[in-house]
Design a binder for this molecule. Structure first.
Ligand SMILES: N[C@@H](CCC(=O)N[C@@H](CSC(=S)NCCc1ccccc1)C(=O)NCC(=O)O)C(=O)O
Length: 211
């Protein structure tokens, strides 16, 4: 029985970056899958157990944590995936907050403007991608990770968020050589490649309403 359990819906959503981290690090976990219908009906009572009434949640033995970015930071700290010193730890946290900003913009578009606002959203996307291309360019000319010379939880969060955008617009990174090469490097990591090509991963839609 794995020590870790991820409490989430059968979608990628805000849990996928956590799954990418665990898979790439060769850390096993249990999917404590919550069916959306049961959640909405309150039949299983899980919503009232959640600190903020939302998922994902994460169990490490008797310890239970909510908030996707808190879970990422917790695992980053526990598994040495949060930078090499205090400065890098702060920069990893800062970049992860920038990824969260992009994820929220994407989520608002996906849930509130998907039918009418796709072109408009894609027009605003380059201004966001420019930021991450520039961050990469300032770290070993973009040949390493988003911060420093070690992978961090911000990389897994950025990779998942870029995947969401590539799913929306397959050519969205065509003018971003560093981000394109960065994604290719990460998805080629053996354990991550195995997970990304697995049925369990492919079977999960990005979100329930997606497409
Ligand atoms: N700040 C929180 C936000 C968590 C969050 O928004 N969770 C969503 C799921 S994450 C996500 S991708 N939401 C949009 C798509 C979705 C909606 C409903 C169920 C599953 C996915 C949720 O629990 N919705 C159900 C509810 O609020 O009762 C975090 O980062 O964990």
């Amino acid at each position: 029985m794995p020590d870790y359990a991820l409490i989430y819906f059968p979608v990628r959503g805000r849990a996928e970056a956590i799954r990418l981290l665990l898979a790439d690090q060769g850390i096993d976990w249990e999917e404590d899958e919550v069916q959306i219908a049961d959640w909405v009906s309150g039949k299983d009572g899980r919503k009232k157990d959640a600190v903020f009434g939302q998922l994902p949640g994460f169990r490490d033995g008797d310890f239970v944590l909510y908030q996707s970015n808190s879970i990422l930071r917790y695992l980053g700290n526990k598994h040495g995936l949060d930078g090499s010193d205090a400065h890098e730890r702060a920069v990893v946290d800062m970049v992860n907050s920038g990824v969260e900003d992009l994820r929220q913009k994407y989520g608002r578009f996906l849930y509130f403007e998907y039918e009418t606002g796709k072109d408009k959203y894609l027009e605003t996307l380059p201004a966001q991608l420019d930021l991450f291309e520039r961050i990469l360019s300032k770290n070993a000319n973009g040949s390493a990770f988003i911060v420093g010379n070690k992978i961090s939880y911000a990389d897994y969060n950025l990779l998942d968020t870029l995947h969401c955008h590539i799913d929306l617009s397959p050519t969205c990174l065509s003018n971003y050589p560093l981000l394109s090469a960065y994604v290719e490097r990460l998805v080629s990591r053996p354990k991550l490649a195995k997970y990304l090509n697995s049925d369990v991963c492919k079977r999960r839609p990005i979100t329930p309403k997606h497409k």
